[in-house]
Ligand binder design. Sequence first.
Ligand code: ATP
Ligand code: MG
Length: 597
Amino acid sequence: MEETKKYDKQSIHESRKRDYTMRLSKMHLKTLREVPNEAELASHILLLRGGMIRKLASGIYGYMPLGWRSIRKIENIIREEMDKSGSQEVLMSAIQPAELWQESKRWFVYGPEMWRVKDRHEREFCLGPTHEEIFTDIVRNEISSHRQLPVNLYQIQTKYRDEARPRFGLMRSREFIMKDAYSFDKDEEGLDESYKKMYETYERIFTRCGLTFRAVEADTGAIGGSNSHEFTAISEVGESEITYCNACKMAATTEKAEVADECSEEDVKEIPLEKIYTPNTKTIAEVAQYLDIDEKKTIKALLFVTHNDQGEKSGYAIAFIRGDRELNEVKLINALGIHEHQIEFADEAEIADATGAVGGFTGPIGLVNCTVVIDSELTKLKNLCAGANEKNYHIKNVNYGRDYKGDIIADIKTLKANDPCPKCGAPVKHARGIEVGQVFKLGTKYSDSMGAVYKDENQKDKPIVMGSYGIGVSRTLAAIIEQNHDENGIIWPMPVAPYEVMITVVKVKDDVQMELAEKMYDELVEAGIEVLLDDRDERVGVKFKDADLLGVPIRITVGKGATNKLVEYKLRRDVEKVELHMEEAIEKAKKTVLKER
Ligand code: ATP
Ligand code: MG
Protein backbone atom coordinates (compact mmCIF):
# COMPACT_ATOMS: atom_id res chain seq x y z
CA MET A 1 0.00 0.00 0.00
CA GLU A 2 2.64 2.39 1.19
CA GLU A 3 4.78 1.60 -1.87
CA THR A 4 2.01 2.42 -4.35
CA LYS A 5 1.31 5.73 -2.73
CA LYS A 6 4.92 6.77 -2.89
CA TYR A 7 5.13 5.74 -6.50
CA ASP A 8 2.04 7.79 -7.37
CA LYS A 9 3.35 10.86 -5.70
CA GLN A 10 6.63 10.50 -7.48
CA SER A 11 5.01 10.03 -10.89
CA ILE A 12 2.68 12.98 -10.38
CA HIS A 13 5.68 15.07 -9.48
CA GLU A 14 7.54 13.87 -12.55
CA SER A 15 4.67 14.55 -14.90
CA ARG A 16 4.18 17.99 -13.40
CA LYS A 17 7.80 18.70 -14.07
CA ARG A 18 7.37 17.60 -17.64
CA ASP A 19 4.34 19.86 -18.07
CA TYR A 20 6.14 22.90 -16.84
CA THR A 21 9.47 22.50 -18.53
CA MET A 22 11.09 22.01 -21.81
CA ARG A 23 14.55 21.68 -23.15
CA LEU A 24 14.89 23.45 -26.45
CA SER A 25 17.18 20.67 -27.68
CA LYS A 26 14.17 18.34 -27.50
CA MET A 27 11.43 20.72 -28.55
CA HIS A 28 9.83 20.40 -31.95
CA LEU A 29 10.67 23.90 -33.07
CA LYS A 30 11.86 25.43 -36.27
CA THR A 31 12.44 29.16 -36.29
CA LEU A 32 12.98 31.09 -39.50
CA ARG A 33 15.49 33.88 -40.15
CA GLU A 34 13.75 35.12 -43.27
CA VAL A 35 10.47 36.99 -43.31
CA PRO A 36 7.94 34.77 -45.10
CA ASN A 37 6.78 36.29 -48.37
CA GLU A 38 3.04 36.26 -47.81
CA ALA A 39 3.16 37.87 -44.37
CA GLU A 40 2.76 41.62 -43.92
CA LEU A 41 1.68 42.09 -40.31
CA ALA A 42 4.05 41.71 -37.37
CA SER A 43 1.84 39.09 -35.73
CA HIS A 44 1.72 36.99 -38.88
CA ILE A 45 5.46 37.32 -39.52
CA LEU A 46 6.45 36.58 -35.93
CA LEU A 47 4.08 33.63 -35.50
CA LEU A 48 5.54 32.06 -38.66
CA ARG A 49 9.16 32.98 -37.90
CA GLY A 50 8.83 31.75 -34.33
CA GLY A 51 7.57 28.40 -35.61
CA MET A 52 4.33 28.86 -33.67
CA ILE A 53 1.90 28.32 -36.52
CA ARG A 54 2.12 26.55 -39.86
CA LYS A 55 0.09 27.36 -42.95
CA LEU A 56 -1.78 24.50 -44.58
CA ALA A 57 -3.85 26.45 -47.15
CA SER A 58 -5.05 30.02 -47.56
CA GLY A 59 -6.53 31.07 -44.21
CA ILE A 60 -5.98 27.64 -42.67
CA TYR A 61 -3.32 27.13 -40.04
CA GLY A 62 -2.04 24.57 -37.59
CA TYR A 63 -0.62 25.40 -34.19
CA MET A 64 2.84 24.19 -33.18
CA PRO A 65 3.94 23.63 -29.54
CA LEU A 66 4.74 27.23 -28.54
CA GLY A 67 1.75 28.76 -30.36
CA TRP A 68 -0.58 26.16 -28.94
CA ARG A 69 0.62 26.80 -25.39
CA SER A 70 -0.27 30.48 -25.73
CA ILE A 71 -3.64 29.61 -27.25
CA ARG A 72 -4.33 27.36 -24.27
CA LYS A 73 -3.35 30.15 -21.89
CA ILE A 74 -5.87 32.46 -23.54
CA GLU A 75 -8.49 29.73 -23.45
CA ASN A 76 -7.87 29.14 -19.78
CA ILE A 77 -8.21 32.81 -18.93
CA ILE A 78 -11.50 32.77 -20.84
CA ARG A 79 -12.61 29.58 -19.03
CA GLU A 80 -11.81 30.94 -15.60
CA GLU A 81 -13.66 34.18 -16.19
CA MET A 82 -16.64 32.57 -17.94
CA ASP A 83 -16.98 29.97 -15.18
CA LYS A 84 -16.77 32.73 -12.57
CA SER A 85 -19.61 34.55 -14.32
CA GLY A 86 -21.83 31.48 -13.96
CA SER A 87 -21.67 30.38 -17.60
CA GLN A 88 -21.35 26.61 -18.15
CA GLU A 89 -18.98 25.05 -20.64
CA VAL A 90 -20.27 22.64 -23.29
CA LEU A 91 -19.00 21.51 -26.69
CA MET A 92 -21.29 21.28 -29.70
CA SER A 93 -20.57 19.76 -33.07
CA ALA A 94 -18.89 21.94 -35.66
CA ILE A 95 -21.09 20.34 -38.33
CA GLN A 96 -24.62 21.71 -38.37
CA PRO A 97 -27.67 20.51 -40.32
CA ALA A 98 -29.02 23.01 -42.87
CA GLU A 99 -32.60 22.61 -41.56
CA LEU A 100 -31.86 24.62 -38.42
CA TRP A 101 -30.45 27.46 -40.50
CA GLN A 102 -33.41 27.33 -42.83
CA GLU A 103 -35.70 27.68 -39.82
CA SER A 104 -33.95 30.85 -38.69
CA LYS A 105 -33.76 31.98 -42.36
CA ARG A 106 -30.03 32.47 -42.15
CA TRP A 107 -29.13 29.71 -44.61
CA PHE A 108 -29.07 32.39 -47.29
CA VAL A 109 -28.13 35.43 -45.21
CA TYR A 110 -24.70 34.01 -44.55
CA GLY A 111 -24.07 33.86 -48.28
CA PRO A 112 -20.84 32.52 -49.72
CA GLU A 113 -19.04 32.91 -46.39
CA MET A 114 -20.84 29.83 -45.13
CA TRP A 115 -18.93 26.63 -45.69
CA ARG A 116 -21.57 24.22 -47.02
CA VAL A 117 -21.10 20.45 -47.25
CA LYS A 118 -23.25 17.49 -48.27
CA ASP A 119 -23.23 13.99 -46.87
CA ARG A 120 -23.44 10.82 -49.01
CA HIS A 121 -27.24 11.10 -49.00
CA GLU A 122 -27.09 14.64 -50.41
CA ARG A 123 -28.25 16.03 -47.10
CA GLU A 124 -26.99 19.57 -46.58
CA PHE A 125 -24.85 20.73 -43.66
CA CYS A 126 -22.55 23.60 -42.90
CA LEU A 127 -19.35 23.90 -40.94
CA GLY A 128 -20.55 26.23 -38.21
CA PRO A 129 -19.57 29.90 -38.62
CA THR A 130 -21.38 30.60 -35.30
CA HIS A 131 -23.89 28.61 -33.22
CA GLU A 132 -27.05 30.63 -32.43
CA GLU A 133 -29.32 28.06 -34.16
CA ILE A 134 -27.76 25.07 -32.40
CA PHE A 135 -28.08 26.56 -28.93
CA THR A 136 -31.62 27.79 -29.60
CA ASP A 137 -32.47 24.25 -30.66
CA ILE A 138 -31.05 22.86 -27.42
CA VAL A 139 -32.95 25.19 -25.15
CA ARG A 140 -36.24 24.81 -27.01
CA ASN A 141 -35.96 21.07 -26.46
CA GLU A 142 -34.67 21.14 -22.92
CA ILE A 143 -36.11 24.23 -21.26
CA SER A 144 -39.81 24.48 -20.58
CA SER A 145 -40.25 26.36 -17.32
CA HIS A 146 -39.39 29.82 -16.04
CA ARG A 147 -37.73 28.01 -13.15
CA GLN A 148 -34.95 26.84 -15.52
CA LEU A 149 -34.04 30.40 -16.51
CA PRO A 150 -31.74 32.24 -16.73
CA VAL A 151 -29.01 30.03 -18.14
CA ASN A 152 -25.77 30.81 -19.96
CA LEU A 153 -23.80 28.23 -21.98
CA TYR A 154 -20.46 28.57 -23.71
CA GLN A 155 -17.99 26.59 -25.74
CA ILE A 156 -14.50 27.03 -27.11
CA GLN A 157 -14.54 25.59 -30.57
CA THR A 158 -13.30 25.73 -34.13
CA LYS A 159 -15.39 27.88 -36.47
CA TYR A 160 -15.43 28.04 -40.25
CA ARG A 161 -16.02 31.04 -42.48
CA ASP A 162 -15.04 31.00 -46.12
CA GLU A 163 -13.87 34.61 -45.95
CA ALA A 164 -13.69 36.56 -49.22
CA ARG A 165 -10.21 37.77 -48.29
CA PRO A 166 -8.50 35.54 -45.77
CA ARG A 167 -5.38 37.41 -44.69
CA PHE A 168 -3.02 38.52 -41.97
CA GLY A 169 -2.53 34.99 -40.62
CA LEU A 170 -4.67 34.27 -37.58
CA MET A 171 -6.31 37.68 -37.84
CA ARG A 172 -8.72 36.75 -40.61
CA SER A 173 -8.58 33.05 -41.28
CA ARG A 174 -11.11 30.60 -42.67
CA GLU A 175 -10.78 28.17 -39.77
CA PHE A 176 -10.39 29.81 -36.38
CA ILE A 177 -10.96 29.22 -32.68
CA MET A 178 -13.85 31.06 -31.10
CA LYS A 179 -15.36 31.17 -27.66
CA ASP A 180 -19.08 31.60 -28.14
CA ALA A 181 -21.62 31.96 -25.36
CA TYR A 182 -25.40 32.21 -25.39
CA SER A 183 -27.62 33.58 -22.64
CA PHE A 184 -31.29 32.67 -22.15
CA ASP A 185 -33.54 34.86 -20.05
CA LYS A 186 -37.21 35.28 -19.19
CA ASP A 187 -37.42 38.92 -20.25
CA GLU A 188 -35.55 41.99 -21.45
CA GLU A 189 -34.50 42.97 -17.92
CA GLY A 190 -32.95 39.53 -17.52
CA LEU A 191 -31.13 39.97 -20.83
CA ASP A 192 -29.86 43.39 -19.74
CA GLU A 193 -28.34 41.77 -16.70
CA SER A 194 -26.82 38.85 -18.62
CA TYR A 195 -25.43 41.27 -21.20
CA LYS A 196 -23.86 43.46 -18.53
CA LYS A 197 -22.32 40.44 -16.84
CA MET A 198 -20.77 39.28 -20.13
CA TYR A 199 -19.57 42.80 -20.93
CA GLU A 200 -17.76 42.95 -17.60
CA THR A 201 -16.42 39.44 -18.04
CA TYR A 202 -14.97 40.46 -21.41
CA GLU A 203 -13.30 43.48 -19.83
CA ARG A 204 -11.61 41.17 -17.33
CA ILE A 205 -10.60 38.63 -19.99
CA PHE A 206 -8.97 41.16 -22.32
CA THR A 207 -7.28 42.95 -19.44
CA ARG A 208 -5.79 39.67 -18.25
CA CYS A 209 -4.62 38.96 -21.81
CA GLY A 210 -2.55 42.14 -21.61
CA LEU A 211 -4.50 44.02 -24.28
CA THR A 212 -5.17 47.73 -24.59
CA PHE A 213 -8.76 47.79 -25.83
CA ARG A 214 -11.98 49.76 -26.06
CA ALA A 215 -15.56 48.52 -25.99
CA VAL A 216 -17.57 50.38 -28.62
CA GLU A 217 -21.15 50.32 -29.88
CA ALA A 218 -21.42 48.16 -32.97
CA ASP A 219 -23.62 47.19 -35.88
CA THR A 220 -25.31 43.81 -35.45
CA GLY A 221 -24.61 42.47 -38.97
CA ALA A 222 -25.69 38.96 -39.92
CA ILE A 223 -26.07 37.87 -36.28
CA GLY A 224 -28.93 40.32 -35.82
CA GLY A 225 -30.54 41.71 -32.67
CA SER A 226 -30.98 45.14 -31.18
CA ASN A 227 -27.86 46.11 -29.35
CA SER A 228 -24.22 45.24 -29.61
CA HIS A 229 -20.70 46.14 -28.53
CA GLU A 230 -17.41 45.25 -30.10
CA PHE A 231 -14.25 44.86 -28.05
CA THR A 232 -11.49 46.40 -30.09
CA ALA A 233 -7.79 45.96 -29.38
CA ILE A 234 -6.27 49.28 -30.39
CA SER A 235 -3.83 48.82 -33.27
CA GLU A 236 -2.86 50.79 -36.37
CA VAL A 237 -3.02 47.62 -38.47
CA GLY A 238 -6.52 46.65 -37.31
CA GLU A 239 -9.34 46.29 -39.83
CA SER A 240 -11.92 47.96 -37.57
CA GLU A 241 -12.25 51.70 -37.40
CA ILE A 242 -13.65 53.22 -34.26
CA THR A 243 -14.80 56.70 -33.37
CA TYR A 244 -14.87 58.08 -29.88
CA CYS A 245 -15.34 61.32 -28.06
CA ASN A 246 -13.20 62.40 -25.14
CA ALA A 247 -15.73 65.02 -24.05
CA CYS A 248 -18.56 62.50 -23.54
CA LYS A 249 -18.70 58.70 -23.46
CA MET A 250 -19.61 58.18 -27.13
CA ALA A 251 -17.62 55.30 -28.65
CA ALA A 252 -18.74 53.30 -31.66
CA THR A 253 -17.44 51.56 -34.75
CA THR A 254 -17.50 53.96 -37.69
CA GLU A 255 -20.01 51.54 -39.27
CA LYS A 256 -22.34 52.31 -36.41
CA ALA A 257 -21.54 55.88 -35.31
CA GLU A 258 -24.34 58.32 -36.08
CA VAL A 259 -23.52 61.55 -37.88
CA ALA A 260 -25.10 64.84 -36.87
CA ASP A 261 -26.71 66.35 -40.00
CA GLU A 262 -25.78 69.87 -40.93
CA CYS A 263 -28.68 72.20 -41.86
CA SER A 264 -28.92 75.32 -43.98
CA GLU A 265 -29.76 78.51 -42.09
CA GLU A 266 -33.49 79.07 -41.78
CA ASP A 267 -33.50 82.27 -43.84
CA VAL A 268 -31.91 80.65 -46.90
CA LYS A 269 -34.43 80.78 -49.76
CA GLU A 270 -34.81 78.11 -52.41
CA ILE A 271 -33.75 79.60 -55.73
CA PRO A 272 -34.60 78.40 -59.24
CA LEU A 273 -32.79 75.47 -60.86
CA GLU A 274 -30.01 76.31 -63.26
CA LYS A 275 -28.49 73.83 -65.69
CA ILE A 276 -24.86 74.52 -66.46
CA TYR A 277 -22.24 73.21 -68.82
CA THR A 278 -19.45 71.58 -66.79
CA PRO A 279 -17.19 69.80 -69.26
CA ASN A 280 -14.99 66.92 -67.98
CA THR A 281 -15.98 67.33 -64.35
CA LYS A 282 -16.65 63.75 -63.34
CA THR A 283 -15.50 64.01 -59.75
CA ILE A 284 -16.79 66.17 -56.93
CA ALA A 285 -13.41 67.88 -56.63
CA GLU A 286 -13.43 68.73 -60.35
CA VAL A 287 -16.94 70.16 -60.42
CA ALA A 288 -16.42 72.14 -57.18
CA GLN A 289 -13.24 73.64 -58.62
CA TYR A 290 -14.81 74.35 -62.01
CA LEU A 291 -17.79 76.15 -60.47
CA ASP A 292 -15.68 77.63 -57.67
CA ILE A 293 -17.99 76.31 -54.95
CA ASP A 294 -17.37 74.42 -51.71
CA GLU A 295 -17.67 70.61 -51.97
CA LYS A 296 -20.25 70.95 -49.20
CA LYS A 297 -22.55 72.58 -51.78
CA THR A 298 -22.52 69.50 -54.02
CA ILE A 299 -24.31 66.15 -54.08
CA LYS A 300 -22.39 62.94 -54.70
CA ALA A 301 -23.97 59.85 -56.28
CA LEU A 302 -22.96 56.22 -55.75
CA LEU A 303 -24.35 53.54 -58.05
CA PHE A 304 -25.03 49.95 -57.06
CA VAL A 305 -26.54 46.77 -58.38
CA THR A 306 -28.44 44.60 -55.87
CA HIS A 307 -29.11 40.85 -55.72
CA ASN A 308 -32.07 38.87 -54.43
CA ASP A 309 -32.21 35.87 -52.09
CA GLN A 310 -31.20 33.53 -54.88
CA GLY A 311 -28.15 35.61 -55.73
CA GLU A 312 -29.68 36.88 -59.00
CA LYS A 313 -29.58 40.52 -60.02
CA SER A 314 -32.68 42.19 -58.57
CA GLY A 315 -32.28 45.89 -59.32
CA TYR A 316 -30.31 49.07 -58.89
CA ALA A 317 -29.79 51.37 -55.95
CA ILE A 318 -28.43 54.89 -56.20
CA ALA A 319 -27.29 56.60 -53.04
CA PHE A 320 -26.83 60.36 -52.63
CA ILE A 321 -24.76 62.13 -49.99
CA ARG A 322 -23.22 65.56 -49.63
CA GLY A 323 -20.14 65.90 -51.85
CA ASP A 324 -17.58 66.05 -49.05
CA ARG A 325 -19.08 63.10 -47.11
CA GLU A 326 -18.12 59.46 -47.32
CA LEU A 327 -20.69 56.74 -47.90
CA ASN A 328 -21.04 54.18 -45.13
CA GLU A 329 -21.80 50.90 -46.87
CA VAL A 330 -23.02 49.16 -43.73
CA LYS A 331 -25.56 51.92 -43.09
CA LEU A 332 -26.59 51.72 -46.75
CA ILE A 333 -27.25 47.97 -46.71
CA ASN A 334 -29.13 48.33 -43.42
CA ALA A 335 -31.27 51.06 -45.01
CA LEU A 336 -31.93 48.83 -48.01
CA GLY A 337 -32.71 45.87 -45.72
CA ILE A 338 -30.27 43.59 -47.55
CA HIS A 339 -26.99 41.86 -46.68
CA GLU A 340 -23.41 42.59 -47.52
CA HIS A 341 -23.12 39.99 -50.27
CA GLN A 342 -26.26 41.31 -52.01
CA ILE A 343 -24.74 44.57 -53.24
CA GLU A 344 -21.88 45.64 -55.48
CA PHE A 345 -20.82 48.70 -57.43
CA ALA A 346 -22.74 48.95 -60.71
CA ASP A 347 -21.27 48.93 -64.18
CA GLU A 348 -21.75 52.52 -65.40
CA ALA A 349 -22.91 51.71 -68.91
CA GLU A 350 -25.39 49.12 -67.73
CA ILE A 351 -26.94 51.27 -65.01
CA ALA A 352 -27.14 54.23 -67.41
CA ASP A 353 -29.29 52.23 -69.83
CA ALA A 354 -31.58 51.03 -67.06
CA THR A 355 -32.05 54.12 -64.90
CA GLY A 356 -30.99 57.22 -66.81
CA ALA A 357 -28.03 57.81 -64.50
CA VAL A 358 -24.95 59.11 -66.30
CA GLY A 359 -21.58 58.12 -64.83
CA GLY A 360 -19.91 61.17 -63.29
CA PHE A 361 -23.01 63.30 -63.91
CA THR A 362 -25.63 61.42 -61.91
CA GLY A 363 -28.14 63.49 -59.98
CA PRO A 364 -31.34 62.71 -58.12
CA ILE A 365 -33.71 64.36 -60.62
CA GLY A 366 -35.35 62.16 -63.24
CA LEU A 367 -34.07 58.70 -62.33
CA VAL A 368 -36.20 55.65 -63.11
CA ASN A 369 -36.15 51.93 -62.25
CA CYS A 370 -33.98 52.17 -59.16
CA THR A 371 -34.18 52.59 -55.42
CA VAL A 372 -33.09 56.13 -54.59
CA VAL A 373 -31.51 56.39 -51.15
CA ILE A 374 -31.08 59.93 -49.87
CA ASP A 375 -28.84 60.77 -46.96
CA SER A 376 -30.98 62.50 -44.33
CA GLU A 377 -28.70 65.55 -44.37
CA LEU A 378 -29.59 66.37 -47.99
CA THR A 379 -33.20 66.95 -46.96
CA LYS A 380 -32.03 69.79 -44.70
CA LEU A 381 -29.67 71.60 -47.05
CA LYS A 382 -30.70 74.15 -49.65
CA ASN A 383 -29.53 74.98 -53.19
CA LEU A 384 -27.02 72.23 -53.84
CA CYS A 385 -25.30 71.30 -57.09
CA ALA A 386 -25.99 67.84 -58.52
CA GLY A 387 -25.37 65.91 -61.74
CA ALA A 388 -27.92 66.58 -64.50
CA ASN A 389 -28.02 62.96 -65.72
CA GLU A 390 -26.60 64.32 -68.95
CA LYS A 391 -22.99 64.16 -70.02
CA ASN A 392 -21.00 67.31 -69.13
CA TYR A 393 -23.91 69.01 -67.32
CA HIS A 394 -24.74 69.76 -63.70
CA ILE A 395 -27.75 71.45 -62.16
CA LYS A 396 -27.43 74.14 -59.51
CA ASN A 397 -29.89 75.01 -56.73
CA VAL A 398 -31.29 71.52 -56.33
CA ASN A 399 -33.62 71.19 -53.33
CA TYR A 400 -35.10 68.11 -51.72
CA GLY A 401 -38.90 68.03 -51.83
CA ARG A 402 -39.26 70.68 -54.51
CA ASP A 403 -37.05 68.99 -57.14
CA TYR A 404 -36.68 65.35 -56.14
CA LYS A 405 -37.71 62.74 -53.59
CA GLY A 406 -36.14 59.53 -52.36
CA ASP A 407 -37.45 56.03 -51.77
CA ILE A 408 -35.44 55.79 -48.58
CA ILE A 409 -34.18 58.61 -46.36
CA ALA A 410 -31.54 57.54 -43.86
CA ASP A 411 -28.20 58.44 -42.35
CA ILE A 412 -25.85 56.66 -44.75
CA LYS A 413 -22.66 58.65 -44.21
CA THR A 414 -19.52 58.02 -42.22
CA LEU A 415 -18.46 59.99 -39.16
CA LYS A 416 -14.95 61.25 -39.85
CA ALA A 417 -12.24 62.37 -37.45
CA ASN A 418 -12.92 65.90 -36.14
CA ASP A 419 -16.59 65.83 -37.20
CA PRO A 420 -18.87 66.95 -34.35
CA CYS A 421 -19.81 64.19 -31.90
CA PRO A 422 -23.45 63.14 -32.47
CA LYS A 423 -24.01 63.16 -28.69
CA CYS A 424 -22.25 66.31 -27.49
CA GLY A 425 -20.85 68.21 -30.50
CA ALA A 426 -17.16 68.08 -29.55
CA PRO A 427 -14.78 67.00 -32.34
CA VAL A 428 -14.52 63.20 -32.42
CA LYS A 429 -11.37 61.09 -32.63
CA HIS A 430 -10.67 58.06 -34.77
CA ALA A 431 -8.60 54.98 -34.05
CA ARG A 432 -7.99 51.66 -35.72
CA GLY A 433 -8.30 48.38 -33.94
CA ILE A 434 -8.70 44.64 -34.08
CA GLU A 435 -12.14 43.29 -33.21
CA VAL A 436 -11.33 40.60 -30.64
CA GLY A 437 -14.86 40.09 -29.32
CA GLN A 438 -18.46 41.11 -29.81
CA VAL A 439 -21.56 40.87 -27.63
CA PHE A 440 -25.13 40.97 -28.95
CA LYS A 441 -28.56 41.45 -27.45
CA LEU A 442 -30.49 39.10 -29.74
CA GLY A 443 -33.85 39.51 -28.01
CA THR A 444 -36.35 37.05 -29.46
CA LYS A 445 -35.02 36.95 -33.05
CA TYR A 446 -34.11 33.26 -32.83
CA SER A 447 -36.67 32.14 -30.27
CA ASP A 448 -39.45 33.59 -32.45
CA SER A 449 -38.28 32.02 -35.71
CA MET A 450 -37.41 28.70 -34.10
CA GLY A 451 -40.12 28.53 -31.44
CA ALA A 452 -38.07 28.55 -28.26
CA VAL A 453 -40.59 29.25 -25.50
CA TYR A 454 -40.95 28.69 -21.77
CA LYS A 455 -44.00 28.66 -19.50
CA ASP A 456 -44.15 31.63 -17.14
CA GLU A 457 -45.61 31.67 -13.59
CA ASN A 458 -49.13 31.63 -15.07
CA GLN A 459 -48.39 28.70 -17.41
CA LYS A 460 -48.39 31.06 -20.41
CA ASP A 461 -45.96 30.49 -23.26
CA LYS A 462 -43.34 33.23 -23.56
CA PRO A 463 -40.40 33.49 -25.98
CA ILE A 464 -36.98 33.01 -24.42
CA VAL A 465 -34.94 36.23 -24.59
CA MET A 466 -31.42 35.62 -25.89
CA GLY A 467 -27.97 37.13 -26.07
CA SER A 468 -24.84 35.89 -27.83
CA TYR A 469 -21.21 36.60 -27.03
CA GLY A 470 -18.13 35.79 -29.12
CA ILE A 471 -14.40 36.01 -28.63
CA GLY A 472 -11.94 35.26 -31.40
CA VAL A 473 -9.40 33.20 -29.48
CA SER A 474 -6.89 32.83 -32.30
CA ARG A 475 -7.39 36.45 -33.40
CA THR A 476 -6.77 37.51 -29.79
CA LEU A 477 -3.40 35.76 -29.96
CA ALA A 478 -2.53 37.80 -33.07
CA ALA A 479 -3.79 41.02 -31.42
CA ILE A 480 -1.63 40.40 -28.35
CA ILE A 481 1.43 40.12 -30.60
CA GLU A 482 0.49 43.25 -32.57
CA GLN A 483 0.48 45.18 -29.31
CA ASN A 484 3.50 43.46 -27.78
CA HIS A 485 6.50 43.17 -30.07
CA ASP A 486 9.58 45.01 -31.29
CA GLU A 487 11.75 44.62 -34.38
CA ASN A 488 13.41 41.53 -32.90
CA GLY A 489 10.37 39.53 -31.91
CA ILE A 490 7.48 38.97 -29.55
CA ILE A 491 7.33 40.41 -26.03
CA TRP A 492 4.73 38.16 -24.38
CA PRO A 493 2.70 39.50 -21.49
CA MET A 494 3.26 37.00 -18.66
CA PRO A 495 -0.30 35.55 -18.49
CA VAL A 496 -0.23 34.39 -22.13
CA ALA A 497 3.47 33.61 -22.56
CA PRO A 498 4.15 30.04 -23.71
CA TYR A 499 6.85 29.86 -21.02
CA GLU A 500 7.56 32.27 -18.20
CA VAL A 501 11.34 31.98 -17.87
CA MET A 502 13.98 31.12 -20.44
CA ILE A 503 17.41 29.97 -19.35
CA THR A 504 20.04 30.29 -22.05
CA VAL A 505 23.27 28.38 -21.60
CA VAL A 506 26.08 30.14 -23.44
CA LYS A 507 28.31 27.06 -23.79
CA VAL A 508 26.54 23.76 -23.24
CA LYS A 509 29.83 21.84 -23.42
CA ASP A 510 31.02 23.70 -20.32
CA ASP A 511 30.00 21.44 -17.40
CA VAL A 512 30.00 24.26 -14.85
CA GLN A 513 27.58 26.32 -16.94
CA MET A 514 25.37 23.38 -17.75
CA GLU A 515 25.19 22.19 -14.14
CA LEU A 516 24.28 25.63 -12.82
CA ALA A 517 21.61 26.02 -15.50
CA GLU A 518 20.14 22.59 -14.67
CA LYS A 519 20.05 23.48 -10.99
CA MET A 520 18.23 26.73 -11.60
CA TYR A 521 15.87 24.99 -13.99
CA ASP A 522 15.01 22.39 -11.32
CA GLU A 523 14.48 24.99 -8.61
CA LEU A 524 12.21 27.13 -10.77
CA VAL A 525 10.23 24.11 -11.90
CA GLU A 526 9.89 23.06 -8.27
CA ALA A 527 8.31 26.47 -7.61
CA GLY A 528 5.74 25.78 -10.32
CA ILE A 529 7.24 28.09 -12.91
CA GLU A 530 7.19 27.29 -16.60
CA VAL A 531 10.77 27.18 -17.81
CA LEU A 532 12.31 26.80 -21.23
CA LEU A 533 15.96 25.74 -21.14
CA ASP A 534 18.00 26.57 -24.22
CA ASP A 535 20.48 23.70 -24.01
CA ARG A 536 21.11 23.57 -27.75
CA ASP A 537 24.68 23.27 -28.92
CA GLU A 538 24.40 26.42 -31.03
CA ARG A 539 26.29 29.67 -31.39
CA VAL A 540 25.25 32.03 -28.61
CA GLY A 541 24.27 34.71 -31.15
CA VAL A 542 21.71 32.35 -32.66
CA LYS A 543 20.35 31.54 -29.22
CA PHE A 544 19.96 35.19 -28.26
CA LYS A 545 18.23 35.93 -31.56
CA ASP A 546 15.78 33.08 -30.95
CA ALA A 547 15.20 34.22 -27.37
CA ASP A 548 14.26 37.68 -28.66
CA LEU A 549 12.05 36.18 -31.35
CA LEU A 550 10.21 33.78 -29.03
CA GLY A 551 9.68 36.51 -26.47
CA VAL A 552 9.68 34.62 -23.15
CA PRO A 553 9.25 37.40 -20.54
CA ILE A 554 12.14 36.57 -18.16
CA ARG A 555 15.60 35.72 -19.46
CA ILE A 556 18.41 34.18 -17.46
CA THR A 557 21.73 33.69 -19.24
CA VAL A 558 24.27 31.30 -17.78
CA GLY A 559 27.77 32.01 -19.09
CA LYS A 560 31.31 32.53 -17.81
CA GLY A 561 30.10 33.84 -14.44
CA ALA A 562 28.84 30.35 -13.64
CA THR A 563 32.12 29.55 -11.84
CA ASN A 564 31.09 32.16 -9.26
CA LYS A 565 27.39 31.23 -9.46
CA LEU A 566 26.69 34.50 -11.24
CA VAL A 567 24.12 34.78 -14.04
CA GLU A 568 22.69 37.53 -16.20
CA TYR A 569 19.06 38.46 -15.55
CA LYS A 570 16.96 40.43 -18.01
CA LEU A 571 13.34 41.05 -18.87
CA ARG A 572 12.50 40.67 -22.55
CA ARG A 573 10.75 44.05 -22.49
CA ASP A 574 13.73 45.90 -20.93
CA VAL A 575 17.10 46.78 -22.42
CA GLU A 576 19.17 46.68 -19.25
CA LYS A 577 20.40 43.45 -17.71
CA VAL A 578 21.86 42.78 -14.27
CA GLU A 579 24.37 40.27 -12.97
CA LEU A 580 22.96 38.36 -10.01
CA HIS A 581 23.82 35.44 -7.82
CA MET A 582 21.83 32.42 -9.04
CA GLU A 583 19.69 32.32 -5.88
CA GLU A 584 18.89 36.00 -6.22
CA ALA A 585 17.96 35.49 -9.87
CA ILE A 586 15.63 32.64 -8.93
CA GLU A 587 13.93 34.71 -6.24
CA LYS A 588 13.52 37.66 -8.58
CA ALA A 589 12.09 35.47 -11.31
CA LYS A 590 9.61 33.81 -8.92
CA LYS A 591 8.44 37.17 -7.62
CA THR A 592 7.98 38.64 -11.07
CA VAL A 593 6.12 35.60 -12.38
CA LEU A 594 3.75 35.51 -9.42
CA LYS A 595 3.07 39.23 -9.71
CA GLU A 596 2.43 39.26 -13.45
CA ARG A 597 0.95 35.84 -14.13
P1 ATP B 1 -15.30 40.56 -38.70
O1 ATP B 1 -16.15 41.79 -38.73
O2 ATP B 1 -13.87 40.83 -38.32
O3 ATP B 1 -15.42 39.72 -39.93
P2 ATP B 1 -17.41 39.36 -37.26
O4 ATP B 1 -18.03 40.56 -36.65
O5 ATP B 1 -18.01 38.77 -38.46
O6 ATP B 1 -15.85 39.65 -37.53
P3 ATP B 1 -18.36 37.74 -35.06
O7 ATP B 1 -19.45 37.04 -35.76
O8 ATP B 1 -18.68 38.86 -34.15
O9 ATP B 1 -17.26 38.22 -36.14
O10 ATP B 1 -17.45 36.64 -34.36
C1 ATP B 1 -16.95 36.73 -33.02
C2 ATP B 1 -15.45 36.92 -33.00
O11 ATP B 1 -14.78 35.93 -33.78
C3 ATP B 1 -15.01 38.22 -33.61
O12 ATP B 1 -15.12 39.27 -32.67
C4 ATP B 1 -13.57 37.94 -33.99
O13 ATP B 1 -12.71 38.15 -32.89
C5 ATP B 1 -13.58 36.47 -34.32
N1 ATP B 1 -13.55 36.25 -35.79
C6 ATP B 1 -14.53 36.47 -36.67
N2 ATP B 1 -14.15 36.15 -37.92
C7 ATP B 1 -12.87 35.71 -37.81
C8 ATP B 1 -11.91 35.22 -38.75
N3 ATP B 1 -12.19 35.11 -40.05
N4 ATP B 1 -10.68 34.85 -38.28
C9 ATP B 1 -10.39 34.94 -36.98
N5 ATP B 1 -11.26 35.39 -36.05
C10 ATP B 1 -12.47 35.78 -36.45
MG1 MG C 1 -18.28 40.84 -34.84
